[in-house]
Design a protein around this ligand. Structure first.
Ligand code: SAH
Length: 254
């Protein structure tokens, strides 16, 4: 039997966000690999083993899963959101590229999931309705001056910007530094969406303006969307506002 490896996106929160394809791939696996809290979201199944590892051990986890798959098993590696967005699918590809030739013969599938920025955007309107980009603020895998250059380029070019990994226990200052950088390019009134634990019981969505965004509490389960000059806010009495970016660029009639 040739080995199989599926890299599966669980979506941002509870089982409502798991696609039927991801559910079927999880059910078919002999063994699951992943960060502990993500594995905890998957109901236990008889005969299926679990291999939990720390969040920072992506390469080791990918290599272990590939070795296991190469022994002829059906293996699933799980990620929150989408596995291709700042997550395990790249780590698996990197290990295949540098690993033994036999890993290239494995049946590898990537099963997409709803990524956090799409889930947050949907809660508040349509902030990603025109051109946008996504950046991770984690500087574990890149230097901070590269983050700053990318923020400058993205804001300068008029993109709406989704910020993943805005802070961590080891790096509490990142979001504040990024917001201060963006204030060089954007008006103080630019809408900023702060989405926490979207799709989970403790979900919280706030909209603030750019000049107040540094004061907003953010943690590792928070995703921030910073609007462009064209992003608009519609106040509604008794309801949360709608934030959207029009379909047409400024000066173009739709
Ligand atoms: N693969 C994941 C992202 C992994 S990076 C995805 O596609 O969503 C981890 C970051 O994702 C977190 O620091 C946070 O910025 C964001 N994130 C993940 N789940 C989230 C959720 N339910 N609500 C808000 N942000 C979330």
């Amino acid at each position: 039997m040739s080995g199989q490896l599926a890299v599966i996106g669980l979506g941002p929160g509870d089982a409502r966000y798991l696609t039927p394809e991801a559910g079927a791939a999880l059910a078919a696996a002999h063994a699951l690999y992943g960060y502990g809290p993500y594995l905890d979201r998957v109901p236990a199944r008889e005969g299926q083993t679990r291999h939990a590892s720390d969040n920072r051990e992506e390469r080791g986890r990918a290599a272990a899963a590939l070795r296991h798959a190469a022994s002829g098993s059906r293996i699933a590696v799980v990620s929150g959101g989408d596995p291709g967005v700042f997550a395990m699918a790249s780590a698996v590809c990197e290990e295949i590229e540098r690993g033994p030739e036999s890993w290239r013969a494995l049946d590898v599938t990537i099963v997409p999931g709803i990524t956090a920025m799409l889930a947050v955007a949907a809660r508040i309107g349509a902030p990603l309705g025109h051109d946008f980009c996504a950046l991770s603020l984690s500087d574990n895998l890149k230097p901070w001056d590269l983050v700053e250059r990318r923020l400058d380029a993205a804001a300068g070019a008029g993109f709406v910007i989704a910020l993943y990994n805005p802070v961590s226990r080891a790096r509490p200052w990142q979001l504040t530094a990024a917001i201060e950088r963006l204030r060089r390019h954007l008006p103080e009134t630019t809408p900023v969406v702060i989405g926490r634990a979207v799709g989970r019981a403790d979900e919280k969505i706030d909209v603030v303006t750019l000049d107040r965004a540094s004061d907003s509490p953010a943690d590792m389960a928070t995703l921030v969307i910073v609007g462009s000059r064209e992003t608009r806010l519609i106040e509604r009495s008794g309801r949360t506002p709608l934030v959207y970016t029009p379909r047409a660029a400024a000066g173009v009639s739709a």
